[in-house]
Design a protein around this ligand. Sequence first.
Ligand SMILES: [Zn+2]
Length: 223
Amino acid sequence: MSTRVSTPFTPRPSLRSLLAKTQSVAPSETPVQFQINYHAAITRDSCADGSIGASDLSIIILANMATDLDQFDSAVHFDNCAFKPGVERVSELWRLIEAETDKQNLYNLFGTMIHTVQDFYAHSNWIELHQNVSPLPAWDLKVESLPAGIVSGRFLLDSPKLCGPNAPTHDQLNKDSPSSPEGSKIVQDGPNQGQTLFRLAFATAVEATVVQFSRLKKVVHGA
Ligand SMILES: [Zn+2]
């Protein structure tokens, strides 16, 4: 089976205006996947040290957000229990990133890659399975280290569909926004008591994205 990698998008003017909006406007209530303004916020929080310049970071964020225009491939968003295809997408994109000599292409590839990394926390039950652990660990993106009982939401539009029949739907499981049914749930006890599942998904997605930025900085700066 060949690895599918979506073609990275070239930033478009309409997306640039969208980017400007994410810097000033509160999150909308549009029920799409990890709402794209959160992808922007997670990405900014993951690279706050200024080591990637503002214009390069904008390319990364636009490519990340544009990735939600593809709602037909489970691997892109870790939907439908597509853990192995998702890992393969991330690996293949890293292979391309490390071979890329054009900086804009490289940042486009990186932006779409981290979209997938971030969606894992909003679309799977990783957060629920680790809600009594603090700090909540980021996944190392190895299929063999996934815990027993891991699922992600079933999403009608995209495929492959690899969940068993009893897996929850995307609508039931997603933590794409603070107001989604699952994202708004509050941890009742333990070290994360009082936190919403959305907040934990966001924070863990930041941790996971920091790891990816560390690798990017080695590629870009050779450090
Ligand atoms: Zn997505």
